[in-house]
Design a protein around this ligand. Structure first.
Ligand SMILES: Cc1cc2nc3c(=O)[nH]c(=O)nc-3n(C[C@H](O)[C@H](O)[C@H](O)COP(=O)(O)OP(=O)(O)OC[C@H]3O[C@@H](n4cnc5c(N)ncnc54)[C@H](O)[C@@H]3O)c2cc1C
Length: 463
């Protein structure tokens, strides 16, 4: 078959969700994937591998128990790269199996090869043997994602200098690591390796890390990192990276400082994977980072029957939001009204410890001139925190003093990415501080922090 109602280029979260949605409403769907297996960057190099690595590290290092048994505590001595890879491959196989089954069950056809546009309704797929196959589509979704940004001055060699796709298959565990990039990916890997007692130095040109997160939360997080001997070299640009003896990378900074470690991870940015898509054949243009502009309500590009979703359209570049974008594109393409996107979505950062945030930061609230009050809870104040031996962890909630409405929730600490959903529900349902004051929370739980932070804010508002 060469004619489809929907052709999806890329099988990551946005492509997968779009394909399944279109198939559910009875459309013929073809997913084109150039990778060896379906799943996208999310399954093979990004979200799932990094989260599996994190879980393995926390388990084998005994990280969660160190609050009780001390910093020297380890479940397994001499953790090696093999220990980390074993769990990774098992998890990825399972993820791919589930996805393949989902495609089969819903009669979504898949083909392996690199897709490119050759006309507004034509997609050419070049298979592994170099043979080209032409397909026609009523509607097309570009869900090709991104690839790591690899500037010329970084001497990538796959042995001592890696990008964020390569680091996942690290051949040996280094004793020391430089991480360049204080965004989500850089911070996640820096803290994961630090939990393995690797000597990590995190470098960023900007004076702070994760600069979109509430400042007070980041201060708390950075305090924790310094306490764990994670070195931060912020606010100075990288002027050169040189390879020394045995390929050891030396990073030179504009302020004169020099960092030499066994390995280096460059994790400063990703660019749209649009190089070979031949978007010009359909008159679609991209920005200087390879991102495709779309209508955020429909996911349509400048060509109405060609949609784009996922990381290739830019912010927020999350698997969670990509899935929703894919579904919106499929619904719109086939005349089904999708739900409007919620006002607030959560951001999960799987660093050690986790960070999660939803709604406005204190800085945003202040900028908008909204009168507000904050409430703070520390996990060590909760009985669950005592039981778990938690020494750190904090929740901050922000409320409008005029309407009493919840404006933002910011959490750093164990379980933050799960806990955030309580705040997200209250926020999107336009709830007020009274929800937290009036309701009973399970005891002992970390969720009790909502009660404590709510009462803290309430007491300040009524002082
Ligand atoms: C290290 C890391 C950690 C992350 N952690 C999280 C997290 O914890 N939570 C979260 O929500 N998000 C996370 N993300 C982001 C998340 O992985 C992305 O937002 C998500 O994968 C984007 O999905 P996508 O639909 O754009 O497709 P992608 O997952 O980027 O996949 C695109 C697919 O398209 C294929 N493709 C590209 N071009 C072609 C072509 N021409 N023909 C055929 N196939 C093609 C590629 O081979 C790939 O399989 C992380 C990302 C990274 C890198």
């Amino acid at each position: 078959m060469r004619d489809y109602e929907f052709i999806v280029i890329g099988s990551g979260p946005s492509g997968r969700r779009a394909a399944i949605q279109a198939a559910k409403i009875g459309k013929s769907v073809l997913v084109v994937e150039k990778g060896r297996r379906v799943g996208g960057a999310s399954v093979h190099t990004g979200t799932i591998p990094s989260k599996t690595l994190r879980e393995t590290v926390l388990n084998l290092s005994g990280w969660r128990e160190r609050g009780f048994y001390g910093r020297a505590y380890r479940v397994k001595q001499d953790i090696g790269a093999d220990d980390l890879l074993a769990r990774l491959h098992k998890t990825l196989d399972h993820e791919v199996e589930v996805l393949e089954h989902q495609f089969n069950r819903n009669s979504v056809k898949t083909t392996r090869g690199e897709g490119r546009l050759v006309g507004p309704h034509q997609v050419e797929v070049t298979d592994e043997a170099g043979e080209a196959h032409l397909y026609n589509a009523k509607n097309i979704l570009i869900a090709c994602g991104t690839r790591p940004f690899r500037p010329d001055y970084v001497p990538f060699n796959g042995k001592t200098v890696f990008d964020s796709d390569e680091i996942i298959e690290l051949p040996i565990l280094p004793r020391s690591l430089t991480v360049i990039g204080g965004g989500v990916i850089g911070v996640e890997y820096a803290t994961i390796f630090n939990a393995l007692d690797v000597a990590v130095t995190l470098v960023d040109t900007r004076p702070t890390i994760l600069d979109f997160v509430d400042v007070e939360l980041i201060e708390e997080f950075v305090h924790d990192l310094r306490d764990r001997n994670l070195s931060l070299r912020l606010g100075s640009a990288v002027t050169a990276i040189e390879l020394g003896e045995n390929g050891r990378p030396t990073t030179k900074l504009a302020n004169g400082r020099v960092v030499t470690t066994e390995m280096l991870l460059f994790a400063a940015g990703r660019v749209g994977a649009v190089d070979n898509l031949n978007l010009g054949a359909a008159n679609i243009t991209v920005d200087n980072r390879g991102r495709i502009p779309v209508d955020p309500k429909t996911m349509q590009t400048s060509v109405p029957h060609i949609y784009a979703a996922g990381d290739v359209i830019g912010f927020p570049s999350l698997a969670s939001t990509s899935m929703e974008q894919g579904r919106v594109a499929a619904c719109h393409a086939f005349g089904m009204a999708p739900h409007p996107p919620p006002e607030f979505f959560p951001y999960g950062i799987y660093s050690v410890p986790e960070i999660s945030t939803v709604g406005m930061s204190e800085e945003e609230v202040r900028k908008r001139g909204i009168p507000y009050e904050c409430g703070v809870a520390r996990f060590r104040e909760t009985s669950r925190g005592h039981i778990m031996g938690l020494n750190s962890g904090m929740m901050k909630m922000i409320f409008s003093t005029k309407t009493r409405r919840l404006l933002g929730v910011h959490i750093v600490g164990e379980g933050a990415t799960e806990l955030i959903h309580i705040g997200q529900a209250v926020l999107n349902l336009k709830g007020t501080i009274d929800y937290f004051i009036e309701n009973t929370f399970n005891y002992p739980t970390l969720a009790e922090a909502y009660k404590i932070a709510g009462l803290d804010a309430w007491n300040r508002m009524h002082a």
